[in-house]
Design a protein around this ligand. Sequence first.
Ligand code: GLN
Length: 309
Amino acid sequence: MPVDFPQILAEISHEIEPHRGGGQVAQYIPALAAIDPMKFGMCVALGDGQAFCLGDADERFSIQSISKVFTMSMALRKVGEALWDRVGREPSGSPFNSIVQLEMERGIPRNPLINAGAIVVSDLLVEEVGAAAMIEQLLQRLRLLSGDESVSVDHIVADSEAKAGSRNRALASFMESFGNLKNPVEETLAAYFSHCAISMSCRQLARAALFLAFDGRDPISGMTMVTSEACRRINAVMMSCGHYDNSGDFTYRIGLPGKSGVGGGILVIAPGHGSVCVWSPGLNKAGTSHVGSVALETLVKLTGWSVFV
Ligand code: GLN
C-alpha cells in the first residue's frame, strides 16, 4: 500500500505540538544561542525525487555535526580503509566533546562522529589541499547533491565557534601530541569549524543524503558518491555512534541510522526508502533535538521504516 505522506506529516505535526519549545538551545556557541526554540521543520525525500515537507523545512539552520557524515564519506573515498588507522568505529558512550578516552586510547578517537574523530577526518581531508580548498570541495558536493548552488558556510557561526573553541582546540592539540594530526592545529580546526557552520535547510539536507539510502548512488542524478560497501559502513557508524551517549536510546526509539547536530537538526537514513531531515533547536542532554526525536519516532511508527524488518 502506498504511504500517505501528507497524512503522516499532519499526524506528526499534531504529535509534536505539546513538545514544541522543549529541550535547551545550545548555549556554548554564542551565535546559536539566539535561535527561536519554537522553530520546527521536517522533510522526507524519496528516491523518485518527491519531497514531503512540514513547517520551517525551507529555513536554513546550522548543520553542525550532521556535516560529519559528509566529511566521513569524503574520507572513505579519499583513503578507504586506511581511515581506520587513525580513528576507531566504536560507540564512545561519552559526550561529543569528551577528552577522557583520548588519553587512554593514545590519541585515536573512538569514532569519526565525535568531535575528536571528526577533527582527525578534517585533518585527513586538509592534507595536500589545505583547509580552504577542502571546504570548497565539500560545498561543491553539497551543492551538487542538494541541487542548490547557494549552500555555504555561515561565517558568523564559524567565527563564533572558533572564539569559543577551547575544547576542540584541546582535543586537536592532544591528538597532535600523539602524532595523530598532520597539519597545524589551527589549519585543521579552521576546516572543522567551517564544515560545522554550513547552513542548509531540511529539504536540502534530506535531498543531499539520499545516496546513503540507495547504496551510495544518488538516485536522482545517478551519480555514485561512495561505493555500496562504504555506504553500508557509513550507515553502520551512524547507527552505532550518531548521537554520542544517546546513540543507544535513539536506535531503540527510532531504529534508523541517524546523525544529530547541536543546531537542532537530525538526519536519518531509511535504506531503500529515502532520507529524512528534521530541525528543532531545543536539545536533550546529549545534544540531540528533543522535538526532532519525537517527530522521527512518530514517522517510523507510521511508515514502519526500520532496518530491523
Ligand atoms: N561544532 C560543534 C562542536 O564542535 C559540533 C557538535 C555537535 O553538533 N554535536 O562542538
